[in-house]
Design a protein around this ligand. Structure first.
Ligand code: WQD
Length: 360
């Protein structure tokens, strides 16, 4: 029995695949490489010494998805695949609704056809909108303020309706706060397309010399030093949260949402200072206008995940910066050397046992 990981070549997906394999799970990965690189799959196998089947495909492709379910015995799905850039979602909303919402509906229909009713969904703290009520609990009012956040909110509602219609579904909605960091090996990490939108990859690209200096979006917020405060969570802690959620849905039906954060917040300037100490590099910055849509302060109340999943984050800001820096130093251009995936079959889906891929 295997865990299907959609978007498993991506930042959070690849880190979760490593922990699933380390825990002894069988996995099957699907990814269309729209926001990831084949190289990350190779690195997952390198880190764990484990092999897994991989299909290069889009979750929207029903024929390809049917092949995945027919060729593998899937017991649960962790669904990462989707578009995730807030700014981009404002300019191409239809693509976001297609990829994220329609893609999830197609996935759930296929799961239903094959009697697979266990799902862990990659949601986001963006579903809480720009609330300044902190700490944020799972009962905080929902209200997305951009198309990306609205896709996550709509999917959460769709999954609740699905569970209402068929009580045999077990679904965990994981609301990520601000994922940062990298596996301690420095072999996998965040590799954003183009100029990073998010703070940590931007800082690390300044530190490694890829970018000149950081623009800090506003220093007039009602916070300790005037800059935005966020709940940064180490991506490996986040990955472990998925394993705990997987365990939970094996024994509990229905739908539950969980905040995956640390429960504490750091400001932009605190993050810059910590990164400078860890990397020994100075991070030049300029204070500029606030970014539209940003909340002043956002951090999680993580009581529910601790009590119900038996999970809490263990890695602090120092380790987040250390692990990010190791990844960035070892991979200044990210996964630039794209590995060619050896095509195993002429099927409509490029089906590759990553192990074969590893042997070259
Ligand atoms: C963090 C802080 C910025 C960049 C976003 C998405 C959210 C989730 C996580 C997907 C803020 C400041 C940032 C920069 C800056 N993604 N900043 N200069 O906006 O909290 O959350 O990523 O689920 O959906 O909204 O993260 O890293 O963009 O910003 O000053 O170049 O850093 O103002 O205070 P955010 P972020």
């Amino acid at each position: 029995m295997a865990i299907l990981v959609t978007g498993g070549a991506g930042y959070i997906g690849s880190h979760t695949c490593v922990e699933l394999l380390n825990e002894g799970y069988e996995i099957v990965v699907v990814d269309n490489f729209s926001n990831s690189k084949p190289e990350s799959l190779k690195r997952i196998s390198e880190i764990t010494g484990k092999l897994f089947p991989f299909y290069q495909m889009d979750v929207l492709d029903k024929k390809a998805l049917d092949q995945v379910f027919s060729e593998n015995t899937i017991e649960a799905v962790i669904h990462f695949a989707g578009s995730k850039a807030v700014g981009e979602s404002v300019s191409i909303p239809l693509a976001y609704y297609q990829n994220n919402v329609i893609g999830t509906v197609i996935l759930c229909e296929m799961m239903k056809n094959y009697g697979v009713k266990n799902l862990v969904f990659s949601s986001s703290a963006t579903v809480y909108g720009a609330t300044d009520q902190v700490p944020i609990t799972e009962d905080t009012m929902l209200g997305a303020v951009n198309p990306y956040g609205r896709t996550k909110l709509m999917i959460e509602e769709i999954l609740r309706d699905l569970s209402e219609s068929d009580e045999t579904w077990s679904i965990a909605l994981l609301r990520y706060f601000n994922p940062v960091g990298a596996h301690r090996s420095g072999r996998i990490g965040e590799d954003p397309n183009g100029i990073p939108n998010n703070l940590m990859p931007y800082i690390s690209q300044v530190a490694v010399g890829k970018l000149e200096s950081l623009n800090i979006f506003g220093s007039d917020y009602p916070t300790k030093d005037g800059t935005g405060v966020r709940d940064y969570i180490h991506v490996v802690d986040l990955a472990m949260g998925h394993l705990k959620a997987l365990e939970k849905i094996r024994s509990k039906r229905g739908v539950d949402a969980y905040n995956l954060g640390t429960g504490s917040g750091y400001s932009v300037l605190e993050m810059v200072e910590e990164f400078e100490q860890v990397s020994g590099q100075s991070i030049p910055y300029t204070i500029v206008e606030r970014r539209a849509g940003d909340a002043a302060i956002c951090y999680a109340d993580v009581t529910k995940a601790r009590n119900e999943l038996g999970w809490s984050a263990t890695r602090g800001i120092h380790e987040m910066c250390e692990d990010t820096w190791r990844w960035q130093q070892n991979n200044p251009e990210g996964y630039s050397e794209e590995s060619k995936i050896k095509q195993e079959t002429r099927s409509p889906v490029l089906k590759t046992a990553v192990g074969l891929f590893m042997s070259h």
